[in-house]
Every structure is written in C-alpha cells, then in structure tokens.
Design a protein around this ligand. Sequence first.
Ligand code: HEM
Length: 594
Amino acid sequence: MDDGGLLRNLWGLKPIILTSILLVLALRIMVVLWWRPRKIEYHFAKQGIKGPPYHFFIGNVKEIVQLMLKASSHPMPFSHNILPRVFSFYHHWRKIYGATFIVWFGPTARLTVSDPDLIREIFSTKSELYEKIEANPLVKQLEGNGLISLKGEKWAHHRKIITPTFHMENLKLLIPMVGKSVEEMLDKWDQMMWEKGGGGEREVEIEVSEWFQGLTEDVITRMAFGSSYEQGKAIFRLQSHQMLLAADAFQKVLIPGYRFMPTKGNMKSWKLDKEIRKSLVKLIEKRKLENCNTNINDNNINMGNNIGSEEVGVGGDGPKDLLGLMIQAGMREDEKNNNNNNNNNNIPEINNSSLNNYAPQLSSTNNKNKITVQDIVEECKSFFFAGKQTTSNLLTWTTVLLAMHPHWQDLAREEVFRVCTSRDIPSKDDLAKLKMLNMILNESLRLYPPAIATIRRAKYDVELGGCRVPCGTELLVPILAVHHDQAIWGNDANEFNPMRFSDGVSRAAKHPVAFIPFGLGTRTCIGQNLAILQSKLVLTILLRRFSFTLAPSYQHAPTVLMLLYPQHGAPIVFRQLSEHDKETGPGCRVDQVV
Ligand code: HEM
C-alpha cells in the first residue's frame, strides 16, 4: 500500500481512535475518582477505621466548608476549649468515628493520627518512610519553594547553609536592634495615650495583631538581609504585595490552571516577580562586591563586616544573615567548579564576574548544589511566610491570654522586674533567666498553636500502629487536638496553667512528645529559637511599661486560615504602669498560684 492509502485508512479509523482515547480517559477518571477511593475506604474499614463517606470528586470538602463556616459564624465564650470552633470538622467526626478516621480532601484520603507514639514514628524514628506533601500551587506562591517545601538533597543542602542564622549565639546579637524596634513601637503607643488622654488617665486601645505583624516583619527582614536591611525591606514590601494577590486568589479561585491565565491579578503578580528578582540580583551583586572588597572568609560574612553597612546598632560582629550565607555558599560552589574545570582543562578560566554565576539560565554547570538567584528568591519568600505571621500570632495570643488572666500577667511582670532590674532592654542572660515567661509562652503555644496541623504522605505501603497504610495516603497530624487532649494533659487540658511546664517541656504531659507547636524531627521549625527569643523580648519590654486588659470590644473568635488567628482582631487596652509599680514591681509571688 502506498503512503496515501495508509493515510486514508488511518483517517477512516479516526472516530475509533478518538472514541478509544475518550474511553481510556473516562476509565482513568473513574479509577482515580471512584474506584480507588472506594478501594481505600474498604481497605481501612476492614481494619476498623472508618470516616465520613467519600463523595465523587469533592470527597468531604463540602461538609468541611459547611462545618467551618457554621463554627466561625459567631464568637465563643472566653474559654480555651477552642477545638470545636477552630477544627470543627475534626471535632465533629472524631465524636462519631474516634480519634483515627479517614477524611477525604477531594479524591485524596487523609488518615488522622493523634497518638504521640505514632506521631514520633512519622516525624522521627521512621521519618524516611514519609514525606512532605506539595502545597496547593497558590499556597506555594505564598510560601515560596524554599526550605518549607523542598525535599531530598536540595532541602538538606539549603538547611545546612541556613542553619547558622538561627544558632542562639547568632540570634543574641539581634537583641539590641529588636529591643530598639520594640521601644519605638511602644513609644508610639505612649504618644497615642498622650494625644487621647492629655493629662488624664493614660490608656489606649490597640489592635495588637497588626502592630505585632509590623514588628515581626522588621525582625525577619534583619534576619534575611542583614546589613542590606533597607533594600531588603523594599523587596519584602514587594513580596508582601504579591502575597496579598495570591491570598486573594486563594480565597476566590478554584479554576485549575488559573494562575497561568493573564488576569489582572496574575499580570500584577508576574510584574512584581520580575521586580523582586531584579532587586535581588542587584543586591546580590552589591553584597558580593562588598564581600570581595573585605576579603571575606568562610566565617565572617555577616551584617557588620560589609563595607557601607547601613545597619544600626551592630558592630563588626553582627549576626549572620540568610542572604550573606546563601551568597557565600554560592561563591564556594563556584570556586569548587572553577577549580574542577581548571583541573580538567575543560574551560581555561571562568570570568568570576558576579551575576552570571547566580542566574539559573546562565548556569554553566549542572551542579545540584548550585545556589541560584531563584533559590535565594524562594528562600526569602519562605522566611517571610514562615516567620512573620507565626511569631506575630504567638505574640498576639500570649498578650490576649495575659490580658484574660491578670494574675499571670502580674507574675510575669514581677519576674521581669526581678530579673532585669533597671535594664529597659533585657540582656541575653536576662532572657535566659525568664522562666515564668518561658512557661507562659509554652502554655500559649499549647493552647493556641499558630500551626494547628501538619501533613505527611506515606512514600510506601507502611505499617503504622498495627494499621496497614497504602502508599500515597496522607497523614493529618492535628497539633491543636493533641495539645488539648485530656488523656494526655489531664482534666485541666483546656485551662491556662503555665505551671504545667515548670519541670520542662518533656515532663509537662503524660507523653514526652505531646507538645509539638514547632513540629518534630528533622523537619522541625528552623526558626523556633528566633520566635521564642523575639517573643520574650517583646513581652519583657511591654510588661515593664504597661498593664493591659481585653478591650470591651474584644470578641473571642480564634479561627484558622492557614494559621490560627483572631477572627475579629485582638483589641487590648494598655495602661501606663504607675511609678510605684515601676519601682517595686507588682507584689505577687509564684507560690500563690500553685
Ligand atoms: C511561633 C512561631 C512559629 C511556629 C509556631 C512555627 C511552626 C512551624 C512548624 C509546625 C513547622 C513544621 C512544619 C511541618 O513539619 O510540616 C515549621 C517549619 C518551618 N519554619 Fe516555623 N514556626 C514559627 C516561626 C518560624 C520563624 C520565625 C521562621 C523563620 C524565620 C520559621 C521558618 C520555618 C521553616 C523554614 C520551616 C521549614 C523547615 C524545614 O522543613 O526544614 N518558622 N514551623
């Protein structure tokens, strides 16, 4: 048969081919959206694990949204039993199916795991069997493709590079600058009091969550950009703008592929992305030049060692920052590559002009460890996303708790005056001695953990607590529920009692890993030292200057949109401490509450 005949025959087969393709597609859809979920349901039911029935394509999403909307439709009493409001679907189905059940997020099964022994297995002892899941593309746009979401070798390489930023010795160098930022914020509150009260009563109502966000943003900027603080601030402002666009889309849009469409919002976001990249490239070039000028070595890329540093309050031994460490790692890799290339005589000499080596599209090698501009952009996003709201939420809830429980506020203040004596900004040694404040922060993280849950996926068919879990099943660890579990924490699990942490975190509950606000194991939060240090610092300075109560307009309405936050804000009334209180500290002793 000639070619023309063959083509004609194929053309005649077109309807059959098309029908076959459609049939295969339909079959595949049925397998993924109907048969597989049914099979998984049956698999778990056989082992005694049930859950709300799967609905075609959407799973239980409709019920979840309904339960959450209902729960958040009105505020709750001033109680810390927040699980039914914040995690309504979990609370609802746990009552019906027990603590371990299957819930469907679309066609994906999630098995809830709240037993601390099993949590330890997933995150620590058998963590190689589980992996992080990929975030929804819009969330990914928010959180960046940095440490939070990276996996495998690239994650390990980045974590190793970035870890020194968070060493306690490095963080302590931040204290004077952060202290200064806190004092500036409180001076503004003072000013507001004056303007409002004149010579009369000195008090002011502040919506603390907004102010704390500004403060934590400032600190994250210093951690990320160090001496390039001002340029870093401008870059974060662009990122902040971009995050608002993504958050907006996240709430409204469920169309697959929407983020690729040239909508007004997307075009703005792409433009911002370009601007961010451009500014970072410029900044990296500048920092590289400064580093070369100061003949930098492995251990001293930091804020203070850069020529032309605009940093205030740090000397020559300023803290290491994310940007500096990543540039340094990139330079080291380049040097290694240059040496290898020179040894191999492949490329006689590579021009070490700053930028090209960092631009991914220009990268001359295929090195997995290469640090590109895009890597730095993504890590900056991750820092901003992971560090800003989490810490400001911790500060917000702790302030709310201290306003609700004035007795504990007095105890914390008494400790601050005793430990810091006349120092307005505590020293690093003072901060280490503030045991009561530490216990209060832990109790706040227990009752109001900013991250209420985390998820892992089984990489293989695994056995967990005697249950056979098929490869691909997601495991939902409800941090909030573990923290409020009476079987673990006792009958007063829903009460604010910082004293439970008096013998340390591992002895606070019946199980040593029942307290997991920062996660567990190798992927535990890299920023936890920073979050605690910063929170202690802010609260210490705050407690020295003001006493505070909930504003009459405060409504107790914890809710969750990625993180746990106060749905109607956190208005708090601050009053200046009397001179008498400042001199003597409020007279309340710890043993009065035990
Ligand atoms: C109160 C404050 C914070 C809380 C409650 C918190 C909570 C968490 C949790 C639960 C995880 C583990 C997530 C998982 O295993 O799936 C995590 C990871 C992470 N956090 Fe935090 N975080 C806080 C502050 C910060 C800060 C200040 C930063 C950085 C500036 C930060 C950066 C990160 C990063 C980069 C990861 C991913 C680490 C990795 O996978 O290697 N966090 N955080």
